[in-house]
Design a protein around this ligand. Structure first.
Ligand code: AHR
Length: 474
């Protein structure tokens, strides 16, 4: 959060900146369903920053987030992740006419605490000047089991360790204990906000002194402003991963990550490991700037998803705090061989991309590297392809890092990257078909009976029935 006046007193030297087979002409295979028809399209929800999305055990996805006006707490829900884009949004509570919650309302989060729906949020007064940034954490509570239809009323203020700027709280239960994690300015530390954790006695009260988890000290944490904020937790592969956001809320905003063994004492700061590098940053190739303030959820298949906000342009007129175009975005979250999250890059606007794995060569992927296509291993971003509707049930396959290009097949079987602007013919159109065992084929429209295939480390056309034409989508 960029506090124009206050934060400037803490400003560091701002360093601007980082898819079976038929013999030719024979039996056609049933067309496969395209990537889940209800697959999200980014941006998932426009002008909602700081989004919290989770799938509750009632089967609904719930979403809240900051609105550009910062004047109300909102909630929407949908049976599908994609459905959040158009879901009706309800206003649960509005800032007050006067007093400490009459100004900005920031970064709400909805949690079920001791059987009650509680929405935490940061709020400040409306007095103007420096006072509007007297931000503290509060909560409202629902009077019934359905947060979309229940009545909401003020619950109280979070009893923070210090009477100072605090925001972006989250809560989670680990091994039977509920924890609270938040960002706060600590008296005596020359930063805008640091990260803290503590167990909770009730929805607004800690049951032990807070542990300080992180102070913005690394160069990528103090670009423009010294900020660690917006903690979000995911537990996977025996570890807890706490992501957080750092630096100014313009294109320099990015994700950092702390992690700890799930059996360790979360209150021991020495048990946590801090990634020395940011884990998710601006990507000019995909035109997503300032990705951050994330949450975690799962898709319809239960696969991990990263939710975050980001702008699709870099240059901001005026204070980023008042720029409305931090859109909510979602994408697959993958994990590396060590079980750690590998965030890749923000994938950019459009349908969610997939990774294509040769069905007979697991562990390899279709890879784009510059103008070159190959089959092998590579950083995630080089393996993500977006299926673009090419009409008549066909698609064009476009690498996320070259969104103005698509795969194009020649009569001699070679497959190259062609500019989308000129890839208007059949050479770049493929029909996605169901293969055996959950595989898919991308049958060439221009070259009947042949399909996208791998040949050792190369990408070529082969007979659609050739096992090399079978791919798995992940
Ligand atoms: O979006 C308003 C505030 O700005 C959020 O609380 C913080 O995470 C962001 O930087």
């Amino acid at each position: 959060m960029n506090l124009p006046l206050t934060r400037r007193t803490f400003a560091a030297a701002a360093s601007l900146m980082p898819l079976a087979c038929t013999a030719p002409g024979k039996t056609a295979l049933a067309p496969a369903s395209p990537p889940a028809a209800a697959s999200p399209i980014n941006p998932l929800v426009k002008q909602r920053a700081d989004a919290q999305v989770f799938r509750h055990d009632d089967g609904f996805y719930y979403m809240t987030g900051s609105v550009p006006e910062y004047d109300r707490l909102v909630l929407r829900r949908s049976k599908t992740l994609a459905g959040l884009s158009t879901a009706e949004e309800r206003v649960l509570w509005r800032h007050q006419a006067s007093g400490p919650m009459s100004g900005f309302l920031w970064a709400p989060e909805l949690h079920l605490v001791d059987g009650k729906w509680v929405m935490y949020f940061a709020a400040g007064p409306s007095g103007g000047g420096e006072d509007v940034f007297r931000i503290r954490t509060y909560a409202v509570v629902c009077d019934g089991p359905d947060p979309m239809t229940g009545g909401w009323s003020y619950l109280g203020e979070f009893k923070a360790p210090w009477d100072s700027f605090n925001l972006d709280s989250t809560s989670f239960v680990h091994r039977g204990t509920r924890y609270f994690s938040w960002a706060q300015r600590e008296p005596g530390i020359d930063t805008n906000s640091n990260l803290y954790i503590a167990p909770m006695k009730d929805a607004l009260t800690l049951s032990a002194p807070a542990t300080r988890l992180s102070i913005p000290q690394l160069d990528w944490e103090i670009r423009g402003y010294k900020v660690n904020e917006a903690p979000a937790m995911i537990v996977k592969n025996g570890r807890l991963f706490l992501t957080y956001s750092a630096s100014a809320t313009d294109a320099r905003y990015c994700l950092g990550m702390l992690s700890i063994d799930e059996t360790a004492n979360l209150m021991d700061p020495r048990a946590w490991t801090k990634s020395p590098q940011p884990v998710f940053v601006t990507c000019r190739e995909t035109s997503v700037y300032g990705p951050g303030h994330n949450s975690f959820t799962v898709d319809a298949q239960g696969r991990d998803m990263l939710v975050y906000h980001g702008r699709d342009y870099e240059k901001i007129e005026g204070d980023p705090l008042f720029n409305p175009d931090r859109h909510t975005r979602a994408q697959r979250l993958y994990f590396d061989a060590s079980g750690n999250p590998d965030f890749g890059v923000p994938v950019g606007n459009g349908p969610l991309p997939e990774r294509l794995i040769p069905a007979v060569r697991r562990g390899a992927f279709l890879v784009q590297d510059g103008e070159r296509l190959s089959v092998g291993t590579a950083p995630i971003a080089q393996t993500q392809l977006r299926s673009l509707d090419a009409g008549d049930g066909t698609v064009r396959l476009s690498p996320i890092l070259k969104p103005d290009h698509a795969l194009a097949a020649a009569a001699d079987g070679t497959v190259t990257l062609a500019p989308l602007a000129s890839a208007t013919g059949d050479a770049s159109r493929f029909r996605r078909e169901a293969g055996k065992g959950g595989s898919i084929r991308f049958a060439s429209v221009a070259h009947a009976g042949r399909a996208l295939a791998h040949s050792s480390d190369n990408v070529r056309l082969a007979a659609a029935a050739d096992p090399a034409s079978a791919w798995l989508a992940d």
